[in-house]
Design a binder for this molecule. Structure first.
Ligand SMILES: Nc1ncnc2c1ncn2[C@@H]1O[C@H](COP(=O)(O)OP(=O)(O)OP(=O)(O)O)[C@@H](O)[C@H]1O
Ligand SMILES: [Mg+2]
Length: 242
């Protein structure tokens, strides 16, 4: 059924002892949609990704991928369901070459190795010239591109990006935003992107979700969310929104 959301999160809660990292978070992401997630440090953004990619078992609530209940399943099950993600701290194998990192990710994503897909995602993330380099030697922006290549090598339909532009220069952040948008079109992906670079994110995505203290406090088009007094109070403060 094509009207079924790619991702549906209902009443999701995650407790760490007495801390409620996520409180009744409910959101849908439609097929092909590009959604941004913003919120202050500790708001629960990464915890949400962990719960929708099998890293964490949520305390309660449901996670559906393409209609299928997935909460509490292991990362490989989410991967098989078409979910790929990057991590806030890059998880690459520094001693392996760029190409071998992507090959490894491709093997994780499907039992059949696909050499042409590996070459293709390396090309499309613009790291072809670096394929034989040791991954650990790449500058931060290139490591982020490698991470995206690794995620794509698992043939995802839903791509989750956790601060893939963190630590990059302003120009590099813009380049990453353009790259993500191009890849989304190229592969027909549904994308959810967590980022603190609010200006770039708001210009790039279709919709923005705001988390604050584990609660979803806003969800809508960028122009609407940027003008929401609760969002300005919770997060944007005196920052001027362009
Ligand atoms: N494994 C854990 N055990 C205990 N507390 C945790 C754990 N993981 C996260 N937390 C806490 O849950 C809250 C949400 O953390 P989370 O990493 O999801 O925030 P975030 O929105 O991604 O923040 P940032 O923008 O800094 O990455 C924080 O208070 C954090 O300290
Ligand atoms: Mg985080």
């Amino acid at each position: 059924m094509s009207s079924m959301p790619m991702l549906s999160v209902q009443q999701l809660c995650m407790r760490f002892g007495g801390l409620k990292a996520l409180s009744n978070v409910t959101m849908d992401v439609r097929r092909g949609e590009f959604v941004g997630i913003i919120g202050p440090n500790g708001a629960g953004k990464t915890t949400l990704f962990h719960a929708i990619s099998g890293i964490l078992v949520p305390t309660s609530g449901t996670v559906r991928v393409d209609g299928k209940e997935m909460q509490g399943k292991a990362p490989h099950a989410f991967c098989r369901a078409g979910v790929a993600r990057t991590f806030q701290t890059p998880r690459i194998f520094g001693d392996m070459t760029v190409r071998d990192n992507v090959r490894f990710a491709n093997t994780f994503g499907s039992p059949e190795k696909d050499a042409s897909l590996v070459a293709q995602v390396i090309e499309e993330t613009q790291i072809t010239g670096l394929a034989a380099e040791r991954a650990g030697d790449l500058p931060p922006a290139r490591q982020r591109q490698l991470e995206i290549a690794m995620a794509l090598a698992t043939t995802p339909r839903l791509l989750l990006l956790d601060e893939v532009a963190a630590g990059l220069t302003e120009t590099e952040v813009e380049d990453v935003a353009r790259l993500i948008a191009a890849l989304r079109d190229r592969y027909g992906l549904t994308v959810v992107w967590i980022e603190h670079a609010v200006g770039t994110l708001m210009r790039t995505v279709d919709r923005v979700v705001v988390l604050n203290f584990g609660e979803l406090v806003a969800d809508g088009p960028p122009s609407q969310v940027a003008a929401d007094p609760r969002v300005i109070n919770a997060y944007l403060g005196d920052e001027v929104m362009e």
